[in-house]
Design a protein around this ligand. Sequence first.
Ligand code: SAH
Length: 347
Amino acid sequence: PAAGEIRLGQYMEQIGQPPYRARQVARHLWTAPVNSFAEMTALPLPLREKLEAQFEMPRLELITRQTSSDGTEKFLFRLRDGEAIETVAIPEGNRMTLCISSQAGCALQCAFCATGAMGFSRNLAVHEIAGQVREMRLLDSAIHVTNVVFMGMGEPMMNWKAVDPTLTILNDASGLGIGARHITISTVGVLPGIVALSERPEQFRLAISIHAPSDELRQELMPINTKYPLRDVIEAAKKFDRRVTFEYVMLGGVNDQEVHALQLAQLAKECRAFVNLIPLHPGGARGFQRSENTPRFARELREQGVEVAIRKSRGMDIAAACGQLRVERLGRRPPRPPQQDSDVQVA
Ligand code: SAH
C-alpha cells in the first residue's frame, strides 16, 4: 500500500472507521480524483465534514496551458507559496508520457539548461510531485498518463525524501497505477540516489545525464561533476541491476565529434547502457548551437555495438525543454548563490 494509505489507515482506525474508508479516500485522491472531500460521496457525510475540517487537498493552480503543433502540451502550475513549476504531456502513438518536475528551480547549473540558469528555490513536496499527474486526471478532458519521466525541472535524486514515496503513489494500484517500467528517473548521477533507487524492488527505470564522455568536458558543462565525477557515475551505472539509459544532449562543435562518439561508446559498453541522443532545445542557457552531426554520431555509436536512439524534439514551438516556459512567462531572475548541502536532500 502507498505510504499515504498506511497513514490514512491509522487515522481511520483512530477515529473508529473501518479500514476500507482509507482505500476509498486514496481512490478519490489519486485513482479517480475529486476536487474536495465534500465530493467523496461514497463516504458518510459526517466523515466528509471531519476530513474537510482536518485536512487539505490543495490543487495545483494552472497558470498557462500551451499546445504545440505536434500535440505536446505544456502546463505551468503555481504552488501555494507562489513558486511555478512545469509539466509537459507528450503523446506518442498510444502512449502519453508526462514529464514532471521534482524541484522548483535547480541548483546544478548545467550550462545548456534553462532551469539551471534560474537557480534553486526549493524541493517539491510529495503532493506537488504526484499532484502533477493527478491534475491531468482532473482536467475537463482528462489526459490519461501511461508513462512518467522525471525530466522536468530539478534533480530528483536531490529530493529523494519526496521522490521515494512519490514513486510508490505513482506505481501502486491504490495510487495512480502506472507500471514501474513506465516510470523513469533522470539524474545527473547523484550516487546515493542511484543506490537508493536500486534498493527499491520495483523495476523503475534509471536515465543518467552523461552529456560528455570525459571529465574535462563534463566538468565544463556540468559543475556537479566535481562532486560526482564521470568515472564514479559510470561505476554506479555498472552496478545498477537494471539496464540504464545514457542521455546525451548534442551540442554543436562541443561534444559531437567522432572522438566523443568513440569515448562514449566505450562507456556505454562498460555499462551495457542504451544511449539517447537529445537534440538541443534552443533557449536553454545561451551560447550553444544544435549539432548537425547527430545522425553520423548515432551511426558511429552503432558501429561500436551500442544501442542508440535519437530523441525526437517535441514542443519546439512552446519552449518545452526543461525550465523554458517558466523563464518565458515569468522572466529570468538572478541566480541564487550555490546551495548549502543541508538544503539539498540526498537519499
Ligand atoms: N536533473 C535531471 C532531470 C531534469 S533534466 C537530469 O539532469 O537528468 C532532463 C533532461 O533534459 C536532462 O538530460 C537535461 O540535461 C536535458 N536538458 C536540459 N536542458 C536542455 C535543452 N536545452 N535541450 C535539450 N535537453 C536539455
